[in-house]
Design a protein around this ligand. Structure first.
Ligand code: R1P
Length: 295
């Protein structure tokens, strides 16, 4: 068999959901995934009920720096939320179906909207470090080789076998986020296309050129499979990338601009005030305008 069977069946994820429900009676509507160094978004949550991943049955653990490995349920401005303070990446040795299990868990807990954040490298050379790129779309480069989170038998209780990825990044949410950013006076807002590379290596110059020629603006190692899974089960999605570095497109300057993961975390953490405010307002917006729009 080409692909290992997905160990996270509907029944198994239901077990995890029941475990969480037995500990906490919050019914989250908005799911948030914190990117590398962006865990402080979790500090927005009031009446927080916190579970370490290691204490949740069948949960993987976070193995990378900048990801605390905690699930937080609570409220952001009265909107019930669930937040992953730390996500799972393919390069950690987890299959894509394992990486996205928490998205399906969110669905079973009642989540209708997903906000995914990530740290990413700017392929678009007009971007600057510290820019916030609102994701308008993605290119699933890992999917080109048939490696996706939904490969294998399809369980209709999650969603259909085939489905459209048009509007994967909900246009209404994107437009509202742009307005919110403007109201907040955030000046470094960009819009663009994201891709997930397998990692853990950052890109070669040739890869940067290839990805750029495909119309991709930022590269990371996450989010694409999470949003794909969220769309499969009918969630509305919004995602943004904090541009932590500019990917070298020129051999003559590539070595001096070499990237280190500490820089990624440092840049991400330095933007936490703006990003917390931004996420808070988006959640508030969803709570006021959008919560009933998804069954
Ligand atoms: O996508 P997030 O989790 O933000 O993390 C990004 O930052 C790490 C690389 O420094 C990679 O894991 C990349 O995906």
């Amino acid at each position: 068999m080409l692909h290992a069977e997905n160990e996270y069946t509907y029944e198994r994820i239901t077990e995890i959901k029941d475990f969480i429900k037995s500990k906490c009676d919050i019914d989250p509507k908005v799911g948030i995934i914190c990117g590398t160094g962006l865990g402080s978004i979790g500090e927005l949550i009031t009446d927080a009920f916190i579970l370490d991943y290691k204490n949740i049955p069948y949960f993987p653990i976070s193995t990378v720096e900048g990801h605390k490995g905690r699930l937080i349920l609570g409220y952001i401005k009265t909107v019930p939320v669930i937040c992953m303070q730390g996500r799972f990446h393919y390069y950690e040795g987890y299959s894509l179906s394992k990486c996205v299990m928490p998205v399906r868990l969110m669905k079973l807990l009642g989540v209708t909207h997903l906000i995914a954040s990530n740290a990413a490298g700017g392929l678009n050379q007009d971007f600057k470090i510290g820019d916030i790129m609102l994701q308008k779309d993605h290119v699933n480069v890992m999917g080109f080789s048939g490696n996706g989170p939904l490969v294998g038998l399809n369980d209709l209780r999650f969603g259909p076998r085939f489905f459209s990825m048009v509007n994967a990044y909900d246009v209404d949410l994107l437009e509202s986020a742009k307005k919110i950013a403007e109201e907040l006076g955030l000046k470094n807002i960009k819009e663009g296309v994201y891709t997930c590379v397998g990692g853990p290596t950052y890109e070669t110059v040739a890869e940067v050129r290839a990805l750029r020629s495909m119309g991709i603006d930022a590269a990371g190692m996450s989010t694409v499979h999470e949003v794909t899974t969220a769309r499969h089960c009918g969630m509305r999605c919004f995602a943004f990338s904090l541009i932590t570095n500019i990917c070298p497109i020129d051999y003559s300057t590539a070595v001096e601009s070499e990237i280190h993961s500490n820089d990624v975390i440092e840049v991400a953490m330095s933007k936490d005030k703006d990003l917390k405010l931004f996420v808070e307002r988006i959640v508030q917006f969803i709570g006021k305008n959008d919560l009933n729009s998804v069954k």
